[in-house]
Design a protein around this ligand. Structure first.
Ligand code: NSS
Length: 431
């Protein structure tokens, strides 16, 4: 019996006879030859079936195998300088594990709605394989960044009794007769954890009932959120900058082949070096006005404004000190100008918009109570959160980075829907 191996490992077996298990990506015939493009999740290999080399039944089966049939192929590994991975297989035997029904996704162009309806199969394409690998590396890079720097992972709950990021995007669920919500952010719980452990982070799914159909919004997305006791806005911005440089650098090293396969220019990512430009909201207003996109003081920026601002820089830009009135209740006011919040948004270049949002938290009990009331939030639901200001309150700060927006930027994708295995959006809950 030939040893079973994978396409990624095929180079170790040059000259030997091995077995691969996978699926048929494509097939083409030419006289006595059948070329099978076999994929196994680690790569794609051309497996050539030459009629005189195999039993007649095997040649016959190979000639009629449908796209995405599962199979096991055995043959000799031959170096081939023309092959993408440098090898091909001279087939001796093919075992059909399951002949596929007619596969709905053909190499021709399909519309996005059709592909999203077939997302469970679309994941098999080279392009989706590359995106999922980049996503996997982004997640690992984020985790290792914090793990290596003394942060403790603290998981935040998914069911919550109160809003973190405003009441308009809450998904309500019935929790044994009590109203509950799917979490919008782990932040409030992480603040509790930061006062227990100092430097903490969480990583998990978050939910927002976004009624908008934009290329940057999902209703279910994954967020990594650090929170640090004794940290101010300045420290938070330094952390966000260092984190992005490290994560981008690492993904670029690990996933260069995938990024290139996606035809994304890696040069744009190589420029992601310190220092990042830092501008205030007020400076951003001037830039927007000069660019012919004026915004009234006090209004938040939308996707268009973010794109205009970010396009003025070759690396992410930090925009800090927005008007408190457009930001969440928990943000600390700027002691130099109480109309402003000590917050920061990081905007990615090339039109990818806000990838990070965060800032320093209000640590004064009375001020926080006032903010909760001003936002029309029920104080009772936040009584545990207010305890954090009653028992040893300290300055603290943190941020959240949306994994999908980060992956969209790194892969150069137009829309976040391709960055998550099974996207959830306003009009999509299946598959
Ligand atoms: O609303 S955020 O700006 N900030 C927070 O949730 C804070 N509570 C995080 C914190 O300080 N711990 O969202 C943070 C990021 C934002 O920059 C995006 O990258 C991402 O979360 N985000 C989204 N991604 C995809 N779809 C939607 N709807 C979405 N909303 C935010």
């Amino acid at each position: 019996m030939a040893p079973v191996t994978t396409i990624a490992e095929i180079g170790r077996h040059a000259g030997a006879v091995v077995t691969l298990r996978g699926w048929l990506r494509g097939r083409r015939s030419s006289g006595k030859l059948v070329f099978l493009q076999v994929r196994d999740g680690t790569g794609t290999l051309q497996c050539t079936v030459f009629r005189p080399d195999v039993p007649a039944a095997v040649f016959e089966a190979a000639s009629h195998l449908g796209q995405e049939s599962s199979l096991s192929v055995t043959g000799e590994v031959r170096p081939d300088p023309r092959a993408p991975g440098g090898y091909e297989m001279a087939v001796r035997d093919v075992e059909v594990v399951s002949q596929a029904a007619e596969y709905p996704i053909s190499p021709k162009e399909h519309g996005t709605a059709f592909l999203l309806d077939h997302r469970h199969l679309w994941l098999r394409s080279r392009r989706q394989n590359a995106i999922l690998r980049v996503r996997s590396s982004v997640v690992r890079a984020c985790r290792e960044y914090f793990d290596d720097r003394g942060f403790t992972l603290v998981d935040a709950p998914i069911f919550t009794p109160a809003a973190c990021e405003g009441t308009t995007t809450l998904f309500a669920v019935d929790y044994f007769g009590e109203p509950a919500y799917l979490t919008q952010s782990g932040q409030l719980y992480l603040e509790a954890a930061a006062l227990a452990l100092g430097k903490v982070y969480c990583f998990g799914p978050t939910f927002r009932a976004e009624k908008s159909k934009t290329r940057r919004h999902l209703t279910e997305f994954w967020m990594v959120e650090p929170e640090v006791a004794w940290m101010d806005l300045q420290g938070d911005m330094d952390l966000a900058e260092d984190f992005l440089v490290e994560v981008v650098g690492r993904v670029l090293r690990e996933r260069r082949a995938e990024i290139e396969a996606l035809e994304r220019d890696p040069g744009a990512l190589e420029r992601v070096k310190k220092p990042f430009p830092r501008i205030t909201y007020d400076e951003a207003l001037v830039r927007l006005r000069d660019a012919g996109k004026p915004v009234e003081w006090g209004d938040d920026f939308g996707g268009d404004e973010e794109t205009v601002l970010a396009s003025q820089f070759d690396r992410p830009v930090l925009v800090h000190r927005y008007p408190a009135q457009v930001k969440a209740f928990y943000m600390k006011g700027d002691p130099e100008d109480p109309r402003l919040a000590l917050c920061v948004d990081v905007l990615a270049p090339e039109g990818y918009g806000e990838i990070i949002g965060g800032g320093q938290r209000e640590d004064d009990l009375a001020t926080l109570q006032r903010r909760i009331a001003e936002h029309g939030l029920p104080e009772a639901a936040f009584s545990w959160y207010l305890d954090l200001r009653r028992y040893g309150s300290v300055p603290h700060a943190g941020f959240g980075m949306g994994i999908e927006r980060m992956v969209a930027w790194l892969c150069g994708l137009h829309h976040v829907r391709e960055t998550i295995p099974f996207p959830r959006m306003l009009e999509r809950l299946t598959p």
